[in-house]
Design a protein around this ligand. Structure first.
Ligand code: HAM
Length: 418
């Protein structure tokens, strides 16, 4: 018996019937990011492990539990990228992209890899889009970064999403907050889930992020970070809101947004589609003022976001926003005799080089079967090449939408295209 192979768990094929949906999401993202002055960057799918350990944080779930690590033939440790920010910052520093400009705006599209339990909207290989704005700590850029994401979703036609924002403060104001959180959770330590017990010591903020219902219940009345912001962080957060108001972007302040990566400070935000089930974050991001320096660059503030295409695709389907595949042939060449084949081949080659999607089936079938094919493909025009057409050098053309049919001299038809 021969073995039948399947895709690895947590990965999927994008089949031809769906690829137009992905292409639309990607091309629209490119268009929108460029409207805001972002320029595309592509980094490798794998990096030295330290790129992620030093940035995302060596104690985070993403780095500790979810990263695909491997050693190459020379014993060097690499990881498949679990996210795009750290590689972009590595490249920004390595290539000195900030030289001679105040603000560097970069966007990317690419596959990321996280070893997690697969479910709807969560896979082990997934495609992310993201924007990183590097070089300013002005709160305007936090709002503008949120605006790129918002405009993208609006351009796609999506309605069912909300923007949630928070400030997680800076290391200075976090200290007192962590003490308050630990005091609050201390009395419930025994009943917290094992992950939260671990978070209690390492990252008390992430206790607010747990999806286990018992932990969620306990954290309901936990102190809010917003009550612990120092004046600088508080002013920054209010300014971000002021600019969002100017952009007329509606948002909810949600003090429970904490983010799962270590590099954030101050602004944190998420775009949520509440109809998506457990994996309801269309995307998220925030400010990460310390990362560039941590990665060996100059002290350079930055803000950015990323989102997953698969959750967008689900949202688009839920809101019925795909009109169907827009790939119909302009011409279908139907032939009746072997004599017509060389003429047909010359003609299809000519039409394709002129930029027209043209179909032709070399293996002879009846005229009825060819018309059925043209219909199925939704061809706009069928060009008939029968005995008479070949002999007298003309073409019979049928408009498949109106059924109008006419004859035109081959020479004239070709001249009309050049
Ligand atoms: P993140 O929140 O880890 O942030 O991921 C951003 C988005 O990627 C999520 O909201 C979700 O839409 C998508 N995503 C994450 N994991 C999966 C998965 N396993 N399957 C499908 N989609 C997934 C970051 O990655 C940060 N780098 C964002 C950022 C950019 N912060 C600043 N700049």
């Amino acid at each position: 018996m021969t073995t039948r192979y399947t895709v690895p768990r947590g990965t999927y094929d994008i089949l031809p019937s769906d690829s137009f949906k992905w292409e639309f999401l990607e091309s629209t993202f490119r268009q929108v990011a460029k409207l805001y002055g972002y320029r595309e960057i592509s980094t490798p799918m794998f990096e030295q492990v330290e790129v992620f350990e030093r940035s995302a944080g060596d104690k985070t779930d993403i780095v500790q539990k979810e990263m695909y690590r491997f050693t190459d033939r020379k014993g060097r440790s690499f990881a498949l990228r679990p996210e795009g920010t750290a590689p972009v910052i590595r490249s920004f520093v390595e290539n000195n992209l900030g030289a001679n400009v105040n603000v560097t705006k970069l966007f990317y599209i690419g596959s990321m890899f996280r070893y997690d339990r697969p479910q709807s909207g969560r896979s082990r290989q997934f495609s992310q889009y993201g924007c990183e704005c590097i070089g300013s700590n002005h709160p305007y850029y936090d709002a503008e970064n949120i605006a790129v994401f918002w405009t993208y979703l609006k351009t796609l036609g999506l309605k069912n999403f909300v923007v949630e924002i928070n400030s997680i403060g800076c290391p200075d104001c976090s200290e007192a907050y962590h003490i308050a959180l630990k005091q609050y959770f201390y009395k419930s330590l025994d009943v917290l889930c094992p992950d939260c017990k671990d978070r209690y010591e390492k990252k008390p903020k992430r206790l607010l992020d747990c999806k286990v219902s018992k932990c969620k219940e306990i954290s309901l009345y936990a102190p809010s970070m917003l009550d612990f912001l120092d004046q600088k962080c508080n002013t920054h957060f209010l300014e971000v809101q002021k600019y969002l108001d100017m952009f007329q972007i509606a948002y909810i302040v949600n003090p429970r947004i904490v983010r799962g990566l270590d590099y954030y400070s101050q602004t944190a935000f998420e775009f949520i589609n509440n109809n998506l089930g457990a994996q309801n974050a269309l995307g998220g991001g925030g400010r990460y003022d310390g990362l560039v320096q941590q990665m060996g660059g100059k002290d350079t503030p930055a803000v950015g976001f990323a989102g997953g295409f698969s959750r967008l695709l689900l949202s688009m389907e839920q809101e019925n926003l795909y009109q169907g595949e827009n790939q119909r042939p302009k011409y279908y060449i139907a032939t009746l005799s072997e004599k017509a084949t060389p003429v047909a081949i010359k003609l299809i080659h000519f039409l394709r080089t002129k930029g027209h999607y043209t179909e032709f089936e070399i293996e002879k079938t009846s005229m009825k079967a060819q018309m059925k094919s043209a219909d199925k493909l939704k061809a706009e025009f069928v060009i008939f090449l029968g005995e008479e057409e070949i002999e007298k050098k003309y073409l019979t053309i049928k408009n498949m939408d109106t059924t109008a049919q006419w004859k035109v001299e081959e020479k004239e038809f070709i001249a009309s295209m050049t």
